[in-house]
Design a protein around this ligand. Structure first.
Ligand code: ADP
Ligand code: MG
Ligand code: MG
Length: 892
């Protein structure tokens, strides 16, 4: 007989936290808390295997399930001293879904199940509190009707509003038992009217209805979409937790709340959270009443006048403090807790590893390691490199003038600027048009996820620090200000009113998720730094990684940023980027359009001093770190003048006739420039270009070396090589130039010459090419284009369909196609090394900043990766994780 049901309660459980696959995250952790002896209301978990069996069997339950559920219910009844469905001493339960990974889209929890017209009276007399009993019943009818019977919330909200209006009640009026009783009557009538049948009175029918709804919700559209987005297999299934109710709505000594064992925004070691007195379930996150702070310190910091849990329920608070310390030690990570206090006694209802911002993740990992709870290796492994991105974005310049429109809660840190949009659809549309937007909503729901993804930041007028918007934004690393209650949104006119101003859709605002401010207009931002825990963790990562991290940079600003972020050299300096500025483009065009070598040399002589001074500055910034300079690579086509004015400009500089130039430009147009006259083909046809660049590099190296005292060893890289002969030809010119410059200046030059491997033929012939190349740098952007035969600039029109049909799971220009392009990289690395064992191997495509691709580079033993300056910290961490991953595997 298969065991489908696992009980927990009273200091013991049939499950534990190791059984997440079987019991779901919530069920496994409830069991674990019981095993730890914590106060958890008893209950049982129906395993995920039931869900799987249910769908494999035409939506029928396993035959012996009902008996196992009945037995478990009796067990819970014994532990609580109550009986499910009993008229005088009824057991009430909650029914809670719980997949392996927390999954929005699943059925909402139903509380107070087991109430009906008879048991409600029993509850009222047992608790000597009729108000509590009727409050619970009206909640139950609302929740059950909504999630099981599919009747929208608003039906019940309308009835409640009407009732209050008819009585002349204000927002703050407390409803009495008699009031709730009348409302319950109206609710039941509503169900009868809408569904043509009464609200179910039989507790067993209620229970199976709720269980069925949980399993049913596994296949609802929202859940399916979520699984698709997060690659969760359908076969996992969800579990159902049935648990004895405890009541936070029993009066002023009862409460319900949520807490984090550390601050999820900044990682500070403090109990952090919110609660409401005399409340139940999700009241705290629903934003109907403003929640209260848990600790006195937090209350004072927030300037709140509502008492903290610490003051109002000191015993329950002390118990919470004891338990949170214990849970954190046990799970060795920050926990997100849900709890309820019933008449002064604390009950734990959930624990899980808490979601956090990247900033908090760093601080928590470093603190836990320093506290000895985890090792430094674990601290490194716990940070998602991609999430660091949010710390590497600008923050608001403290010296900028701020016109504060309103202040809400600092729900997710970072600053963002954009045009106002009021719906997720507008946000998505704007991103397609490359416009930056802030999504402004009263509150968000799971339907807004796509809009939140698209927006730069999120602003809500309702909801607290644990509202949907706040939690989801933190997970996404998006700046968010929530609960900015003074802002009025008018969807009809497409305006928002704040700080006495009316702003329209499309007007610019800035939000500061670190202090909750909503500011008028676009505001100056500051560049980020690696300080505090970020710096510490990076230092730890450096101690574990083998791969070196270089950067792709040609401007002094980029080079300085990269060095600040820890770059250990330049892996790719694209010289052509230096030719577009100001007068340079004119000299460049002169060079291209000249009809003979003499004309080209005249133009090159103008470029030489500019190029040389660029290199001097770059070498000085890099202070002796390796710098790889790539010779001119792009199709000449890209530099051609198009407009008559541009042609005229060049003609004047050359002292020739514009018409002649126009014809020459036409001649040079190419139909497929990416596979045309570019790369080393330029140097083969016009060796004087390579000579000028080599001279500029060598002269700059000597000058920078003298100035800074740090000798420069430039690495000169020849692009788009397909045969050794091409490389030999260009290398001969470079070597000759080195000799010439060395003699002119009376010094011996140290340098190396290598090549980019970016054509499949070059990868195949790497053994041969390595006879001449002292290093290889894998140019995986071109290598991807040429291996897949896909133009990166044109891939947008069809890559979406490929992803949708699972032909490609990732964009190959973002994450290296390890199977195809990766095989070429591996093969070239092996063949290159066979010829030249000490050949230096690097990778300099976009992939150099992508964690999965970096792991691949580690696995094939490259020496370094090179990425854009802002990705350097991400690469440092990813490289450490890749190295650690390898150690773990080797140890088995
Ligand atoms: P979610 O996954 O959406 O957080 P939960 O199943 O955790 O849903 O339930 C939401 C809230 O309902 C809990 O935080 C808790 O306040 C309340 N709740 C759930 N079960 C019980 C119970 N047995 N007794 C009292 N409150 C409960
Ligand atoms: Mg919820
Ligand atoms: Mg919960």
């Amino acid at each position: 007989m298969t065991k489908w049901v696992y009980t927990f309660g009273d200091g013991q459980a049939e499950g534990n936290s190791g059984l997440k696959n079987l019991l779901g995250g919530k069920g496994a952790n409830l069991a674990e808390m019981c095993n730890l002896g914590l106060p958890v209301p008893p209950g049982f978990t129906i395993s995920t295997e039931v869900c799987t069996a249910f769908y494999e069997n035409d939506r029928r339950y396993p035959l012996d399930l009902a008996a196992q559920v009945d037995a478990a219910l009796r067990h819970v009844g014994t532990l609580t001293g109550r009986i499910f469905g009993d008229a005088s001493n009824p057991l009430l339960v909650s029914v809670r879904s719980g997949a392996r990974a927390s999954m929005p889209g699943m059925m909402d929890t139903v509380l107070n199940l087991g109430l009906n017209d008879v048991t409600v009276e029993a509850m009222a007399s047992l608790a000597s509190n009729p108000r509590f009993a009727w409050d619970s019943y009206r909640r139950f009818i609302t929740m059950y009707s909504n999630v099981v019977l599919d009747l929208d919330h608003h039906n019940f909200e309308d009835i409640l509003e009407e009732f209050k209006d008819s009585k002349g009640f204000t927002l703050d009026t407390e409803l009495s038992a008699e009031d709730w009783k009348q409302i319950v009557g109206a609710y039941k009538n509503c169900v009868q009217e809408k569904l043509g049948r009464p609200f179910p009175q039989d507790p067993h029918e209620q229970l199976w209805g709720a269980i069925g709804a949980v399993f049913g919700s596994w296949m609802n559209a929202r859940a399916i979409k979520y699984r698709e987005l997060h690659s969760i297999p359908e076969s996992w299934g969800t579990a159902v937790n049935v648990q004895a109710m405890v009541f936070g709505n029993m009066g002023e000594t009862s409460a319900t709340g949520v807490a984090f064992t550390r601050n999820p925004s900044n990682g500070a070691k403090e109990l952090y959270g919110e609660f409401l007195l005399n409340a139940q379930g999700e009241d705290v996150v629903a934003g109907i009443r403003t929640p209260q702070d848990i600790t006195e310190a937090a209350r004072i910091a927030a300037g709140s006048t509502k008492p903290s849990l610490e003051m109002s329920l000191p015993e329950a608070y002390a118990e919470l403090v004891r338990i949170y310390g214990l849970l954190e030690k046990h799970y060795r990570d920050m926990q997100d807790l849900e709890f309820t206090v019933q008449q002064g006694k604390l009950w734990m209802l959930q624990t899980r590893n808490g979601k956090r911002t990247a900033k908090a993740a760093l601080r928590i990992a470093v603190d836990l390691a320093n506290e000895g709870l985890i090792t430094r290796e674990e601290a490194i492994q716990r940070i998602d490199p991609a999430a660091l991105d949010q710390l590497l974005h600008p923050t608001i310049d403290p010296n900028a003038t701020r016109v504060v429109l309103s202040t809400g809660l600092p729900a997710s840190p970072g600053a963002a600027t954009g045009a106002i949009v009021f719906t997720s659809e507008e946000a998505e549309q704007a991103v397609k048009e490359k416009r930056k937007v802030i999504l402004v909503r009263v509150e968000t729901s799971p339907e807004d996820i796509h809009g939140m993804h698209a927006a730069e930041g999120i602003l809500t007028t309702r909801g607290g620090m644990t509202s949907h918007a706040a939690v989801v934004a933190r997970g996404m690393g998006k700046p968010c200000v929530s609960g900015a209650g003074a802002i009025r949104i008018d969807m009809v006119s497409g305006t928002m009113t704040a700080g006495g101003r009316v702003l329209k859709r499309g007007d610019f605002i800035t939000i500061d998720g670190s202090n909750g401010q909503v500011l008028l207009g676009e505001i100056a931002m500051l560049q980020p730094e690696l300080s505090g825990e970020f710096g510490t963790l990076m230092g730890w990562a450096d101690a574990f990684r083998r791969l070196r991290i270089r950067t792709n940079a040609e401007t002094p600003l980029d080079a300085r940023t990269a060095v600040k972020f820890g770059a250990e050299g330049i892996g790719l300096c694209r010289t052509e980027h230096m030719f577009f500025d100001g007068d340079r483009i004119i000299a460049m065009r002169e060079m291209i359009l000249a009809d003979d070598e003499k004309g080209r040399r005249t133009a090159l002589d103008k470029l030489l001093p500019m190029q040389r001074s660029d290199f001097v500055e770059l070498f000085e910034i890099m202070r002796g770190l390796p710098v790889t300079i790539r010779l001119l690579d792009p199709p000449l086509h890209e530099f051609l003048p198009h407009e008559a004015r541009e042609i005229q400009e060049v003609a004047e500089a050359m002292g020739t006739n514009a018409e002649k130039l126009r014809l020459r430009a036409l001649e040079l147009k190419e139909s497929n420039p990416m596979l045309g006259f570019r790369g080393c083909r330029l140097a083969v046809a016009y060796p004087e270009i390579a000579e000028m660049q080599a001279r500029a590099i060598f002269e700059a190296a000597i000058e920078a070396g003298r100035k800074s005292g740090a000798p420069v060893t430039p690495e000169i890289m020849v692009p788009l090589v397909m045969t050794k002969a091409e490389l030999d030809l260009v290398k001969a010119r470079i070597d000759a130039m080195a000799k010439m410059v060395g003699e002119e200046q009376g010094v011996e030059l140290n340098y190396s010459v290598g090549t980019m491997i970016e054509l499949p033929r070059a990868a195949l012939k790497a053994g041969d090419i390595a006879k001449s190349a002292e290093f290889f740098s894998f140019g995986t952007n071109d290598l991807t284009q040429t291996t897949l035969g896909i133009s990166r600039d044109d891939a947008g029109s069809f890559l979406g369909s490929y992803k949708a049909r699972n032909i490609l799971t990732e964009d190959p220009f973002v994450t290296l196609d390890q199977e195809g392009v990766g095989e070429l990289v591996q093969l070239a690395a092996e063949r290159g090394r066979r010829t030249r064992p000490d050949i230096k191997l690097g990778l300099c495509g976009e992939h150099g900043g992508d964690p999965a691709s970096i792991a691949f580079c580690e696995s094939v033993g490259l020496d370094y990766v090179s990425c854009s300056p802002f990705r350097v910290p991400i690469a440092r961490l990813a490289a450490a994780q890749a190295a650690l991953g390898k150690v773990t595997k080797a140890e088995g």
